[in-house]
Ligand binder design. Structure first.
Ligand code: ADP
Length: 603
């Protein structure tokens, strides 16, 4: 960029030029006035000399004494160092102080003479043809008593005399001009400095503000406008300082919050460059969170699944939750990642916010728990089967038991049967937990699946004279794991039968709408109190445990249903009213080969 001129050097030359022009103009004016005055004085002087001579010539003219007139001219010319010439109206010279009149040419063509012979004062500045030097001529007319012009009396002085007189004056004017010029130049410097210095001070202050020195203050100014400007600058800096401290405080608070979070927080822009990462995010990704600002995630995250997830969030600008297996060196971490788009104040997307939680330990504990339950259930299965076998044997007719012994054996059979059911349900649950979402799904006709489930509960329903009606379009096909959905249907239908009075009706309705399948099972049973609805799907949660036990319930049926639905990325809902009946609704989304979003399941 071209270097800019300083204000001082910008103003000073203009001031100097302006002052120089003014001084020179004044000097010329003064000089001219003096020259004019001098010329006028000289002119009056010459005129007076001519008039005085004219007075003395008048009587000589009466006598026609041309010789005396010429002598008078010579005498007076010598005395007064003036050249006198007497010219008759016909232009003939009859007297001259410096030349012989008889040798002089006719003077009627001389301008000043012409004017005098015309009755006016004649003036002319020119080189004398007779004397050959520059002269100032003044000619006056001499009238007779009748007012007729008798002659013109001309007096002249060399102009060099006037110039000689003017020379010292010119020198003085030039000297005065130079001195005044120097003084004016100095005054200009002082004035320009007085103008530029406060501006310089303010510009330096503004520079300091820009560099962050907001405690700096602009000094007081003598000029009103500049004082206003300096006050405004000071006010602005103190406001900036306040705003800055508020921002710093807020940022510190935000940093403190982000720092002490257990979750990793990562903000990325639309080009996948990191805007912010907290300590935990750094730990999860195995990087130093302080050194990665503005770095692309592709450079620091080596795990393809994690990069895909982040790219997807920035691209889709939608909420996205996923559990990722994150390979880091030799270890595999399980990260629960949740991403959403970042919006600025004008609602434009500026990137994405990823919140990460390391659930490796949690998942490990869950696995240990599931394995433990599965192992225990598995280990219990053999003794229970043995107990059930021996009880059945003991209850056969071969054995003669007392009445109370038979009653005890009946209780053992009933309780071991219950225990067996619980163990079966626990094994089913742990199998479901282990399978998670990795179940095999195929397109299946829903009507077929539901009919299979109905067959299983048919006997139970007919015992209570309960009818099961269906409203299922034949052609509906859905990609599901048929045995699991059948199991869920059996559990729901079995509950509907168990918790209904005899001769009631159960309706199964299947509707395909947009991208989801809805299966509704409605009964006219006992219904469920609103306060119990929230906990209905918890393991071993039973509303009326006495009634449930009597019906052979384990309290695990609905948990199994919920798990099955979740493995299909679906949701289960329940609506119920005590004494009226219940409706359980399973909603299954259309199956995608590689599910992207694991939606929150709601009950
Ligand atoms: P259980 O084996 O005891 O039936 P579930 O998990 O299947 O266990 O059900 C939990 C509880 O929910 C049951 O004890 C019962 O009180 C209630 N319940 C389930 N289905 C129904 C229904 N269709 N009508 C009324 N209550 C129900």
């Amino acid at each position: 960029m071209k270097k800019k001129k300083k204000l001082f050097w910008f103003l000073l030359p203009s001031y100097w030029i302006l002052t120089a022009v003014a001084i020179v103009a004044i000097a010329i004016y003064v000089f001219q006035s003096m020259a004019n005055l001098n010329e006028q004085t000289l002119e009056t002087d010459i005129k007076t000399r001519a008039l005085m001579l004219a007075d003395r010539i008048s009587p000589l003219l009466d006598q026609n004494a041309e010789e005396q007139i010429n002598q008078l001219c010579q005498q007076q010319g010598k005395k007064t160092s003036t050249r006198f010439t007497i010219v008759l109206p016909n232009g003939r010279v009859i007297g001259d102080s410096n030349a012989l009149p008889s040798e002089m040419e006719n003077h009627s063509n001389r301008f000043e003479v012409q004017q005098a012979l015309a009755g006016e004062l004649g003036k002319s500045l020119r080189t004398s043809q007779t004397l050959e030097n520059e002269l100032l001529y003044v000619a006056v007319p001499l009238f007779d008593t009748n007012g007729a012009i008798r002659c013109a009396v001309r007096a002249s002085l060399p102009i060099t005399a006037i110039r000689e007189q003017l020379r010292p004056m010119t020198t003085r004017v030039i000297m005065a001009t130079i001195i005044t010029g120097f003084i004016a130049m100095f005054v200009c410097i002082v004035v320009v400095r007085r103008i530029t210095r406060p501006l310089q001070t303010m510009s330096q202050a503004a520079l300091k503000f820009a560099e962050g020195e907001l405690n700096h203050r602009v000094p007081q100014q003598d000029v009103d406008e500049l004082q206003h400007l300096s006050e405004s600058l000071n006010r602005m800096s103190s406001q900036l300082s306040d705003t800055l401290s508020t921002i710093i405080k807020q940022r510190n608070e935000q940093n403190a919050v982000l720092k002490s979070m257990d979750e990793g927080v990562l903000a990325i822009d639309t080009n996948n460059r990191i805007i912010h990462a907290n300590r935990v995010a750094g730990e999860i990704l195995g990087i130093n969170h302080r050194e990665i600002k503005k770095t692309s995630i592709n450079e620091i995250v080596k795990d393809a699944e994690m990069i895909n997830f982040m790219t997807q969030v920035t691209k889709d600008q939608q909420r996205c939750n996923r559990e990722l297996e994150f390979q880091q060196e030799e270890r595999i971490k399980i990260i629960q990642a949740s991403g959403r788009a970042l919006w600025n104040s004008t609602d434009d997307s500026i990137g994405a916010l990823i919140v990460m939680r390391d659930v490796t330990h949690l998942r490990h504990l869950e696995k240990v728990k599931t394995d433990f339950v599965a192992n225990v259930s598995h280990e219990l299965k053999t003794p229970i089967t043995a107990i059930q076998g021996f009880v059945e044997t003991l209850l056969s007719d071969e054995w003669k038991h007392t009445k109370s012994a038979r009653r005890f054996l009946e209780i053992i059979r009933q309780q071991s049967g219950r225990l067996n059911n619980i163990v079966d349900d626990l094994l089913t649950l742990s199998r479901l937990e282990q399978a998670d979402t990795n179940i095999i799904r195929k397109p299946n006709r829903i009507l077929k699946v539901v009919e299979n489930a109905i067959k299983i509960v048919e006997l139970q329903a007919s015992d209570k004279k309960i009818k099961v009606e269906t409203d299922i379009p034949k052609k509906i096909e859905w990609t599901i794991n048929a045995p699991l959905i059948e199991q869920a249907m059996v559990n729901l239908l079995s509950n509907a039968v168990k918790y209904s009075d005899p001769e009631k009706k159960i309706v199964i309705q299947v509707i395909e709408e947009q991208d989801q399948l809805s299966i509704r099972i409605t009964d006219k049973g006992y219904g469920i109190d609103q306060k119990n609805l929230n906990r209905l799907f918890e393991r071993f949660y039973r509303i009326d445990s006495g009634r449930s036990s009597k019906q052979g319930g384990t309290g695990l049926g609905l948990s199994i249903v919920k798990h099955i639905v979740q493995t299909h990325q679906g949701i289960i809902k329940v609506e119920s009213q005590e004494g009226v009946g219940s409706t359980f609704q399973i909603i299954l989304p259309a199956h995608r080969e590689e599910p992207v979003n694991q939606q929150d399941s709601s009950v």
